[in-house]
Design a protein around this ligand. Sequence first.
Ligand code: FAD
Ligand code: NAP
Length: 312
Amino acid sequence: MLDCAIIGGGPAGLTAGLYTTRGGLDNVTMFEKGMPGGQITMSSEIENYPGATGHISGMDLMIPWPEQCQRFGLKHEMSEVTRVSRREDGVFSIQKSDGTADEAKSVIVCTGSAPKRAGFIGEDAFFGRGVSTCATCDGFFYKNKEVAVIGGGDTALEEALYLAKICTKVYLIHRRDTFRSAPNTIARVKAAENIELVVNAIPEEVFGDAKGVNGIRVKLQDGSLRQIDVPGVFVFVGNNVNNQVLIQADGSFLCDMTPWGEVKVDLSMKTSVPGLFAAGDMRAEAPKQVVCAAGDGAVAALQAIAFVDGHQ
Ligand code: FAD
Ligand code: NAP
C-alpha cells in the first residue's frame, strides 16, 4: 500500500512529491496522465517565479522538478486516475483508466484547472501571443498600454480592475449589459476612470500579425462591427476545475466542494475527509500561480506525513 498517492504532476503535485519523499514517506507515487510539469509548460515566458530571472519559459522552469523529486524516491506513474474513493477502513482506492487500482493511506489531489475559451476567431491562434487567461501572469507585459477584457463575471471584473492599475485603459467587453459579478465589484468597475464598458458586444475575431495581437472586433447589438485596437486580450469566461477524480459512483463528491466545483480546504490543505488533501489551482480561492501551487503542495505534503505517522 502507498503511504501517499499524489494525483497530478504540475507544480503542486511535484512539490508534494518532493516534500513527502524528502520528509520520510517511503512509498509515494505521483500519477500524471501526461508529461510532468503541468499547464505552465504551455507558457512561453514566466517572469514571476521567485529567483527565475532572465528570459525563461514555463518548460525551462519545470524541466528539473521531476528529477529533483525522483532523487528522493518519488515514483512517477504515467496514468490517468479516474476516481479516488475511500473505504470504510479509511484506505483510499486510486482507480485508473486502464482498469487497475492502487491503495493508499493518504492522497494529495493536484489535478489543476483550465480556463474556458470563448470561441472567437483567432483565440487559439494568438493564445500566448496577445491572448491570455491570466492577468497576474501577463498583465505586466502590457504596462502603460491598452488591453481588452472579455467576460461579465466576478473574475472578468476583478481582473479588469487589476489590469486598470497597470494599463492605461481597459475595454471590458461583455455580451450582455448586466453583469454576474458582486454589486460592489460592479460599482468599482463603473467608477474606474480608465475602464470603458463595451456591452452587448460579442467577440468576433482577434486579429494581428507575426508579432502578435493588434486588436479585436466585436459585434454590437445593431449588427455592426466595432474594432478595438489593443495588443492584449484577456479572456475570463469561466473555469473548468479538474475535479472528476473526486466524483463517486453515486455522483456525489468525495469531499466538500464550493458551488463552482473547487475543493474546500483549510489553511493546511486538509479537505473534509481525513487523509485527503488538495493543492494548487483546483482548491478554493487558489491564486492560480506556480509559486502558490508549489507552496500548497509543500503544505499538503507536511500534513500527509503527519497523517500517515498518526499525528493527526
Ligand atoms: P496544473 O499545472 O494544471 O497541473 C495539473 C496536472 O494534473 C496536469 O499535469 C494534468 O495533466 C494532471 N492531471 C489532471 N487530471 C489528471 C488525472 N485524472 N490523472 C492524472 N493526472 C491528471 N502562473 C504563474 O505563476 N506565472 C505565470 O506567468 C503563469 N503563466 C501561465 C501561462 C499559461 C499559458 C497558463 C496556462 C498558466 C499560467 N500560469 C502562470 C498558471 C500556472 O500554470 C498554474 O497556476 C499552475 O500550473 C497550477 O499548478 P497545479 O499543479 O495546481 O496544476
Ligand atoms: P462566470 O461567473 O461563469 O462568468 C463567466 C462570464 O463570461 C459571464 O459573464 C458570461 O456571460 C461570459 N461568457 C461565457 N462564455 C462566453 C463566451 N463564449 N463569449 C463571451 N462571454 C462569455 O465565471 P467566473 O467569473 O470565472 O466565476 C466563476 C465562479 O467563481 C462564479 O460563481 C463567481 O462568483 C466565482 N468567483 C468569485 C469571486 C469572488 O467572490 N471574489 C471571484 C472570482 C470568481 P453571461 O453573463 O452572459 O453568461
